[in-house]
Design a protein. Structure first.
Length: 281
């Protein structure tokens, strides 16, 4: 069954542990592919960027409010007569599909030097805050840099740039597939703190509070702020041209007011351009 798949994709699939997902995608009929919102990478009228659930920037299963990043990207591509398709997956699967060239890229990602091998980065979509979350105030009082947390157990979402950051700081790391799982581990005292992007953790806290009232005791401290981007895979057809069209579209919607209108829909005001919105979350 795997003999018809390119060797470099097979090696990547075995390394990342998503071979099963790849085989399913490889054997999709055209009708099935359409229903799963997968279009051929490099298609000249549609662009497929894989998303992960990352509210409020990217929201799965909400067609009316799919997230401000999704709406910004759709509007930018629309100015170039390109239709954006945004299937949602867990982060590691979305990353694999883009890395392997099975989609045109990722809706958004942080910059890491090692990602330059496989991705082209758009103009910034906005600024993201990375924060440390904990129920213990004394932890936040004593930490000014991540190196100060070396005697603690820190939870991160598997595959996020925060995992790389935490491991590079030689922290004791536990990974999970999503923010809510990490919060549950911390509330069960299996973690000292969670290191992640602020918006999706706060969203998970809001949802978790309905079942675990002690969630209100979680406090946070912003560790860093950095830009993030839409990421076009180098392994799709005409990747450089696609990136150029996206950047042109982003400039157009900033100039015509569409960009600010989308952010306003989600209660966010844009900061200094061209860096994009700064999210005080």
């Amino acid at each position: 069954m795997t003999a018809h798949l390119p060797a470099h994709i097979l090696r990547l699939a075995f390394r990342t542990g998503v071979l099963g997902c790849l085989l399913v995608l490889h054997h999709l009929t055209p009708a099935t592919a359409q229903n799963s919102l997968i279009s051929p990478p490099g298609d000249q009228t549609t662009v497929t960027l894989a998303c992960n659930h990352f509210p409020p920037a990217k929201i799965a299963d909400d067609t009316a409010r799919p997230g401000y990043d999704v709406e910004v990207l759709r509007s930018a591509f629309a100015t170039r007569n390109l239709t954006l398709i945004t299937p949602f997956y867990p982060w590691k699967r979305a990353y694999f599909l883009a890395e392997a060239g099975l989609v045109d890229g990722l809706c958004s990602c942080s910059y890491l030097k090692e990602r330059e091998t496989d991705f082209l980065f758009s103009d910034p979509l906005g600024q993201e805050e990375i924060a440390l979350f904990t129920t213990r105030s004394e932890i936040l009082d004593t930490i000014t840099t991540l190196e100060d947390a070396r005697n603690m157990t820190i939870g991160v979402v598997s595959g996020y740039s925060t995992e790389v950051t935490a491991r590079n700081a030689n922290l004791d790391v536990i990974t999970a597939h999503d923010e809510e799982t990490l919060l549950n581990l911390m509330l069960s005292r299996r973690l000292d703190a969670v290191l992640s992007f602020k918006p999706p953790v706060e969203y998970a806290m809001h949802e978790l509070q309905k079942r675990r009232p002690e969630t209100v005791d979680i406090k946070s401290k912003v560790i860093s702020t950095s830009p993030y981007y839409s990421c076009i895979t180098r392994h799709t057809q005409n990747a450089d041209e696609l990136l150029e069209q996206l950047n042109i579209g982003l400039e157009i919607i900033q100039e015509n007011g569409t960009y600010d209108k989308i952010l306003g829909k989600y209660g966010i005001s844009s900061g200094a351009k061209p860096d994009g919105p700064t999210f005080n979350r």
